[in-house]
Design a protein around this ligand. Structure first.
Ligand code: GDP
Ligand code: MG
Length: 162
């Protein structure tokens, strides 16, 4: 069976956009409305000849317990089933309480975790992403899922960790 890379994070940070960027096609549904993802969850991906499964956790809808509990539950499930975690945050919003909650879950796993700072569409936005060091997950990997910026570098490192 293929190694599994899970993409976790709050709604609207660009998880599905990142999936599409990695796949090189538009399979995951990108939505402007936070939390609305109705697509399937697992995709077959490949980078530099290494095949892996890519799990977009956005497929679970927020439940009655609210967005926070939902995101945390998604992250918990994903951490269990994966080999490597990509934790996506919105560099333009900065760390939120929900992000902190996911970080607490991620701290408990020995699996490699990549902090992905998305929406860094240009060099000017790099500086803003530095505040994400405060999450305590090490270096923020700055990317733009929309434009592709930084994604190749990120994937090179993810593959190394598989
Ligand atoms: P998800 O809920 O985490 O799956 O987020 P989506 O992939 O559905 O994206 C949510 C919104 O963020 C959409 O309006 C996307 O167009 C936008 N978005 C995603 N990635 C980027 C990016 O790299 N840069 C910018 N500027 N917007 C992005
Ligand atoms: Mg999504």
């Amino acid at each position: 069976t293929l190694p599994v890379v899970a993409i976790v994070g709050r709604p609207n940070v660009g998880k599905s956009a990142l999936v599409n960027r990695i796949l090189g096609r538009r399979e995951a549904v990108v939505e402007d409305v936070p939390g609305v993802t109705r697509d399937r969850v697992t995709y077959s991906a490949e980078w530099n000849g290494t095949r892996f499964s890519l799990v977009d956790t956005g497929g679970w809808e927020p439940d009655a317990k609210g967005i926070d509990a939902s995101v945390a539950l998604q992250a918990e499930v994903a951490i269990e089933l994966c080999d490597v975690v990509m934790f996506v945050v919105d560099s333009r919003v900065g760390p939120t309480a929900t992000d902190e909650r996911v970080v607490q879950l991620l701290r408990r796993t020995k699996k490699p975790v990549f902090l992905v700072a998305n929406k860094v569409d240009d060099a000017v936005l790099e500086a803003e992403a530095a505040q994400l060091w405060s999450l305590g997950l090490g270096e923020p990997h700055t990317v733009s899922a929309l434009h592709g910026r930084g994604v190749a570098d990120l994937l090179d490192q993810v593959i190394e960790a598989l």
